[in-house]
Design a protein. Structure first.
Length: 217
């Protein structure tokens, strides 16, 4: 298959596999999603979902969260890892939302990425999942599969994102990035598949006999 043919096959197969992918992080509004995504850095979504109920019971909006002492936030989110840095970011960004955005989560990449602890991937998740803006957040699962499936040779997630956006129609991005994540976790994980095991890898590269070696930065 050519690259575009692989992309079309992947899109159709994943739409059949998971036609309506749910958002994996529990949340009730853009603010709680923003905080959950921030906490998910170097942490599993499942772990975040065990931590956020206690955090949001304490404070579930920027005004309330800005009043919570940082050590109290840190104690709750400790299981997520990087707790000191994340707790300070949550506190500071909450105050910034109050001071600069009327206690609302902004709806632009520029404003989101100006918040502490919010990089391009986090902003992309919020823009796509909270506001429905077409975005293609690339995490390690998507980066790994995009290489194994011959969609990119990018050594970093930024290049992978650019390549994927060229291959897939914009209206598919918001569902597709979630579909790839769910498929990757179940069938094409880092240890469970080496590029020759899962159904997608075998369909795209039936003649591949050796483990796929990814490009690394």
């Amino acid at each position: 298959m050519r690259k575009q043919e692989r992309a079309d096959y992947i899109r159709a197969a994943l739409a059949a596999y998971c036609p309506h992918p749910p958002i994996p992080l529990d949340h009730s509004d853009p603010y709680t999603l923003l905080i959950a995504v921030l906490l998910s850095a170097q942490c599993t979504d499942a772990r975040v979902n065990t931590v956020t109920p206690a955090l949001f019971a304490l404070a579930a909006d920027p005004v309330s969260m800005a009043k919570v002492p940082v050590p109290q936030i840190q104690a709750i989110i400790k299981p997520c890892g990087l707790a000191p840095r994340k707790a300070q970011a949550i506190s500071t960004l909450s105050q910034m939302l109050v001071d600069q955005h009327g206690a609302q989560v902004p709806k632009t990449f520029e404003a989101l990425e100006a918040l502490p602890g919010v990089g391009h991937k986090t902003a992309s998740v919020v823009m796509s999942q909270a506001f429905g803006h077409p975005a293609f957040p690339v995490d390690t699962h998507i980066h790994r599969c995009a290489q194994r499936w011959g969609l990119t040779q990018g050594k970093n997630v930024a290049q992978t994102e650019r390549d994927l956006k060229k291959l897939f129609p914009k209206e598919s991005w918001n569902d597709l990035h979630l579909q790839i994540i769910y498929y990757a976790r179940e069938f094409c994980s880092a240890r469970g598949c080496d590029g020759t095991v899962c159904e997608m890898c075998r369909a795209l590269y039936p003649k591949r006999k050796k483990a796929f070696v990814a490009n690394k930065a």
